[in-house]
Design a protein around this ligand. Sequence first.
Ligand code: CTP
Ligand code: CA
Length: 237
Amino acid sequence: GGPAALARDLADRKVVISAGGTREPLDPVRYLGNRSSGKQGWALARVAAARGADVVLVAANVEAPAPFGVRVVAVETAEQLRTAMLAEAGAGGEARADVVVMSAAVADFRPAGVAATKLKKGSAGEPTAVELVRNPDVLTELVGERAPGQLVVGFAAETGDADADVLTHARAKLARKGCDLLVVNDVSAGQVFGRPDNAVVVLAADGPATEVPRGSKDAVAAGIWTAVAARLTPPGR
Ligand code: CTP
Ligand code: CA
C-alpha cells in the first residue's frame, strides 16, 4: 500500500535496463542512428532505484548523468549493447537479474562494413549506397537465456494501420518475442520522441493488459514498475 512513489516493492531486486538508441558506424566519424532520447529508460532506472532496486542501466548514447545510485554501462552499438545486457542479466549465479527491461531502440540493421578511414567526396571509392546487415535481436536472446523466475520486459512503439490496430500489432509482437511483458507506446500521432510525457499499455503474455495513463515519464515509469512488481516471484523463493 501507500503512494507508489514511496513504495519499496523492489527492495533486494536486481534490475537491468537498456535505454537510448544504438549507433551503427559507417566510418570513423559517421553512424546510422535513431531518435530515441533515453528519457523513458532513465525514468525507469530512477524510479526502480527509488523503490529499492539494485539498478544497472545499459545506456546507448545518452548524455544525461547517471541517476542516483544507478550503475551505468555505456555502449554505442547493438553488438555492444547485446554483450552488456547478456552479461548483466547473468544467466546464473548470484548476479542474476530479477527483471530485464529492453527499453533501448536497437538498430535492426547496421552497415555491412565500416570504412577504416573517413569517406571522402570525389575519392575513388566514393559510396553510392549503404549495404546493411541484420543486427542480433537482443530481446529474443535474453528470452532464450532467461533464468527461472526472471522477468523479461520488451518495449514496442506501434502505429495502427490498414491491417490492425496498435494493440493487435503489439499482441503479435509479444507472442513473436516471447517476453513476459511488453510495454506498448501508441505512436500513431508521431509525438513520443523527445517529449517529456508519455502513456503506455503494459501487455502480459498470459493475458492481462494494464493501462498507464498519460503523465510525466517518471509517472509512467512508476506505473510500469507497479505492473512488473505484481508479477515478481515473492522474495526468498
Ligand atoms: N529489440 C532488440 N534487438 C533488436 C531490435 C529490437 O532487443 N535488434 C528489442 C527492443 O529493445 C524492444 C523490442 O525488441 O524491446 C521491440 O522492438 P521493435 O523494434 O518494436 O521490434 P522488432 O522485432 O525490431 O520489430 P519491427 O520490425 O517492428 O521494428
Ligand atoms: Ca525494430
